[in-house]
Write a protein that binds this ligand. Structure first.
Ligand code: B12
Ligand code: SF4
Length: 479
């Protein structure tokens, strides 16, 4: 039995852009979902993983498979449907799963033979058996998996051509921020894989650099932190010679022993969501953790950096509290906190989130001709109607923010600071220049976007918008 697992490319903004900067090689991440799915697949299946971000093959020239499985984030949905149509045209059954299939079940069901909602661990074996028996059903729901059932990903299947490997050590996040899909999809219960399993899987990764994809690396409760310490201790003792980056909440900074162990285990960078420079903004999106009294962000960032761990700060632009001047304010605050890199994203109502429900109810989903418009839901474009910022104003704020944070003088100051504190100045320089360069590409993309979609975004909501938004009612899986 032959199985193709496909990660569709995002034709609008390829995250790859390898041709524009060779450093972007380090931004091509492996589709871990498909490697995990492969790990769940019995040996009688011959598996090929196709990552279209590295090139789209001529499917008609490939041997005919017995089943095609497609994954998709929302922004990849349109390409996913093209791939599905191509294989269905050849008479091959197509099953789609992942976040978009879960939050937009009806839309996806119309375009594929079967949909798997939720996590796949509990149902994938049945899907494959049903294909073998010729009785594929329309829908399978995996819900939330038992963490012990999460297999080792098949790192051997995508062994070549990537600079960075990927692994997952936990699932879920208890914090449930309004704009984020994670709690809706992976649940509020923080599930941690067995330490030994993670260490064993780490040993099968060929790349020296690894992305730990967890949404919340160390969790929030004391027992979460203890388990994180156990994991880091075991990774350190295994002497894997890996260097890895991860996503964490700011409480990562609160425990010296945790930081020491993380650094010894190979942690070289953390991506931290600061989200808003103001408490009002944090309250608006429900990011409770960042609101804890007495939190000194600058000191927290410094504590992490003292362990030679870089900090990338992420902020959102377009909150209801954001008005003219917010862009520069974010750049100022990020510089004050002392982050090594800044990543600012437009507030984007992703289906399945509380933010989606709120914006839909207020008729603020401006780009709402779905599925076509999903391609703009990359957080790189302002797809909604923002409370105090018009289309032109919000784009101008984004440009002002990046121009300020990535000005040559600020970059030099940051790099000199790293040099002074003996903290990898070269990595800091390369990271900053790479962001600066990509920002230039983004500016051109904003101009195209405004030309193509400006009229729709500038006009007030009409009846057609209201009706269209009403038609998409994604089911939210229960945390
Ligand atoms: C790593 C990651 C990335 C990597 C991508 C790696 C890759 N190629 O897959 C990078 C950094 C590039 C990235 C980029 C983006 N990301 Co991202 N990313 C993640 C993250 C943190 C982990 C994904 C992961 O590997 N999970 C581990 C695997 C094992 O879990 P999984 O993907 O859910 O797969 C399971 C099930 O979903 C299911 N399944 C999945 N696919 C399939 C297919 C079939 C056939 C079946 C049966 C089952 C199945 O089975 C798997 C095992 O249970 C998630 C958060 C999360 N928890 O998922 C966000 C997340 C997926 N990203 C998100 C977003 C918004 C983006 C961006 C659009 C925005 C941005 N600027 O970051 C871009 C889009 C890029 C693009 N292609 O267009 C959102 C997606 C929401 C949505 N509705 O689409 C998420 C959920 C985060 C969030 N805060 O909401 N991302
Ligand atoms: S803390 Fe991070 S992963 Fe958790 S809900 Fe908030 S944004 Fe999502």
């Amino acid at each position: 039995m032959r199985l193709y697992l496909v990660n569709p490319s995002n034709p609008l903004v390829s995250m790859v852009r390898v041709k524009e900067s060779r450093w972007n090689r380090y931004r091509v991440w492996k589709p871990l979902s498909l490697m995990v799915l492969a790990g769940l697949t019995p040996p009688e299946w011959d598996i090929t993983i196709v990552d279209e971000n590295r090139g789209v093959p001529d499917y008609s020239a490939m041997p005919r498979p017995d089943l095609v499985g497609i994954t998709a984030f929302t922004s990849q949905a349109n390409r996913a449907y093209e791939v599905a149509a191509c294989f269905r045209g050849l008479g091959v059954p197509v099953v789609m799963g992942g976040i978009h299939a879960t939050v937009c079940l009806d839309e996806v069901s119309e375009r594929v033979d079967a949909v798997v909602t939720g996590e796949a661990e509990g149902v994938w074996a049945k899907v494959l058996e049903d294909v073998r028996q010729g009785r594929l059903q329309r829908r399978y729901d995996g819900g939330l998996a038992e963490i012990k059932d999460v297999p080792s990903a098949r790192h051997d299947l995508l062994a070549e051509g990537y600079a960075v490997g990927a692994i997952q050590t936990t699932r879920g996040c208890p914090l449930n921020c309004s704009f984020c899909s994670v709690t809706a999809f992976n649940g509020a219960r923080y599930r941690q894989r067995a330490v030994a399993d993670v260490v064993r899987e780490f040993q099968t990764i060929r790349e020296r650099y690894v992305l730990v994809v967890d949404d919340n690396l160390v969790g929030t409760r004391p027992d979460h932190i203890e388990r994180a310490k156990d994991l880091f201790r075991a990774l350190g003792q295994a002497n894997l010679r890996k260097e890895w980056i991860a996503q964490a909440t700011i409480n990562f900074a609160d425990d010296e022993e945790l930081l020491t162990l993380a650094a010894k285990a190979g942690c070289r960078g953390v991506f931290i969501g600061f989200e808003s420079p103001t408490p009002e903004g944090l309250r608006e999106i429900g990011k409770k953790f960042n609101l804890l009294k007495g939190r000194d962000f600058r000191a927290s960032v410094r504590r992490i950096q003292r362990h030679n761990i870089l900090v990338v700060g992420s902020f959102i632009l377009g909150l209801d509290v954001d008005g003219p001047g917010t862009g520069k304010r974010i750049a100022e605050v990020a510089s004050q906190y002392g982050v090594d890199n800044l990543n600012v994203l437009f507030l984007t109502p992703l289906p399945g989130t509380r933010l989606w429900e709120e914006m839909k109810a207020d008729h603020r989903l401006a780009l709402n001709a779905f599925p076509e418009d999903w391609k703009y839901y990359t957080l790189m474009f302002p797809v909604a109607r923002y409370r105090h910022l018009s289309l032109d104003a919000i784009v101008a704020e984004m440009i002002a923010c990046n121009r300020s944070f990535y000005s040559l003088s600020r970059i030099l100051r940051r790099v000199a600071g790293s040099f002074w504190r003996r903290r990898a100045p070269l990595i800091s320089l390369v990271g900053n220049l790479s962001y600066r360069r990509n920002f230039g590409v983004d500016c051109r993309a904003y101009e195209d976007f405004k030309r193509q979609q400006g009229d729709r975004l500038r006009r007030p909501p009409g009846l057609a918008d209201v009706e269209r938004a009403g038609r998409v009612t994604p089911p939210i899986s229960k945390p």
